[in-house]
Each structure stands twice: as structure tokens, then as C-alpha cells.
Design a protein around this ligand. Structure first.
Ligand code: AMP
Length: 112
């Protein structure tokens, strides 16, 4: 259930290169191409849905697993002292890629 013209679906299909740090059947984590912190990872469900509010039961199951996987993946990739998770929903929040993703930010002290 991937979308043809979605940049993250293209990354998931291997059509666009990415710096992967974690992958399983449900999700892919890779480094953000324009990092907003010393460590900036994106956690992306392989199932395509644009918005958190569009996640169905299966989407919520994947997101729940994703939250369980994130702490270890973050720690292994430079966020030993903590990390921040961000989900942008909609244009007003600054969402630019309409495939749900969780930003994982850390590797340095973060201002608010
Ligand atoms: P958002 O603004 O919440 O939709 O976040 C989208 C994020 O995806 C931004 O931080 C971009 O820098 C990042 N991004 C866009 N294209 C790529 C790409 N090809 N590889 C890695 N990160 C990307």
C-alpha cells in the first residue's frame, strides 16, 4: 500500500537512496537529509498514510510498535542523553512530506 509519487514511499522501495539506521517489516528509520539537530532521524511506517489523523487500526498498531523501537534506535545512533519526538500534522505545523513520520531529534542539548 505505497503511493507512487510519495518521496518516503520511494525511499522505502529503494528508488531514492537514504541513510538507513533501522528497518523491519513495518517501518524504516533513516537520517534526515536536512538535519535540524546534531542527530535527526525520521521514523517512517512502510504503510502509506499522510496524517496521524488518517491512521487506521493497522496504522496505530505500527505506530505503537514504532514508539517501542525508537528508544533503542535513538540511543544506538547518538542520542544517549535523551531525544525529542516531533510529528508535524498539516501545513500550519510545517508538514512538507505527506507520509506520516516521526522526527527523532537529539545528540546535543535541545532548546524548546
Ligand atoms: P516534515 O516537514 O515534518 O514533513 O518533515 C519532512 C522531513 O523530511 C524534513 O525534515 C526533510 O528534511 C526530510 N526529507 C525530505 N526528503 C528527504 C530525503 N530524500 N531523505 C531524507 N530526509 C528527507
Amino acid at each position: 500500500m505505497l503511493s507512487d509519487d510519495c518521496v518516503f514511499c520511494k525511499i522505502i522501495r529503494g528508488e531514492i537512496p537514504s541513510s538507513k539506521v533501522y528497518e523491519d517489516g513495518d517501518m524504516l528509520f533513516f537520517r534526515d537529509i536536512e538535519p535540524k539537530a546534531k542527530v535527526h532521524l525520521l521514523a517512517v511506517p512502510k504503510r502509506h498514510f499522510a496524517l496521524l489523523s488518517e491512521a487506521d487500526g493497522e496504522g496505530m498498531r505500527i505506530l505503537s510498535r514504532m514508539l517501542a523501537v525508537i528508544p533503542e534506535a535513538a540511543e544506538k545512533n547518538g542520542c544517549k542523553d535523551g531525544f525529542r519526538l516531533v510529528v508535524n500534522q498539516g501545513e500550519a505545523a510545517g508538514q512538507t512530506v505527506r507520509h506520516l513520520h516521526v522526527h527523532i531529534l537529539g545528540g546535543e542539548p535541545l532548546g524548546w
